[in-house]
Design a protein around this ligand. Sequence first.
Ligand SMILES: Cc1cc2nc3c(=O)[nH]c(=O)nc-3n(C[C@H](O)[C@H](O)[C@H](O)COP(=O)(O)O)c2cc1C
Length: 178
Amino acid sequence: MTPGPPAVDAETFRRFMGAWATGVSVVTARDGTRDAGLTVNAFLSVSLAPPAVLVSLQREVDTLPVLEAARSFAVSFLAADQRALSERFARSVPPAEKFHGLPVHRGTTGAALPDGSLGAAECRLASMTPLYDHVLVVGEVIRVERGRDAAPLLFYRSSYGEADPDGRLHLPGPRPRD
Ligand SMILES: Cc1cc2nc3c(=O)[nH]c(=O)nc-3n(C[C@H](O)[C@H](O)[C@H](O)COP(=O)(O)O)c2cc1C
């Protein structure tokens, strides 16, 4: 079959996916010498026995080779007041810069776990499956830690939700229809 133009273009798809509200996580890994990490919302739980999770990473991200060398990674769930942390880990800067001055603690895999999250899971790398322009990374959860009892950071319509001082969440309002 001759590949034709995609039936749904990238911008239309991106806007469609904006209606799917998600939490926001930071995925980190350490391969012995190097820390790397990025903001991820393509996250899901895939299995209970064994407990396993999946993250979908763009092929070119700096975190992938570190995660692959480490054979492990950690996922930290962000709280509503950690928007700056999400923005920091979504920046296209050298990995070391993302960790500069950042309060973290170390998990058993050596991964840096940002302080103040809602909780973190450490995973042993189970599989990496390249698919289209992403790599599907599955990890078996080998340790979890509970974090703060606080409102979650949400991502919806390409924007973050905001929490008021009482912890009530406010989502971005509707955009003009196109
Ligand atoms: C809210 C949000 C969610 C994101 N989710 C993902 C994701 O699921 N997978 C991914 O590869 N990149 C995702 N990104 C983009 C990466 O965080 C960004 O490309 C980052 O700079 C990659 O860092 P690295 O090259 O240092 O690994 C997301 C960004 C934001 C702001």
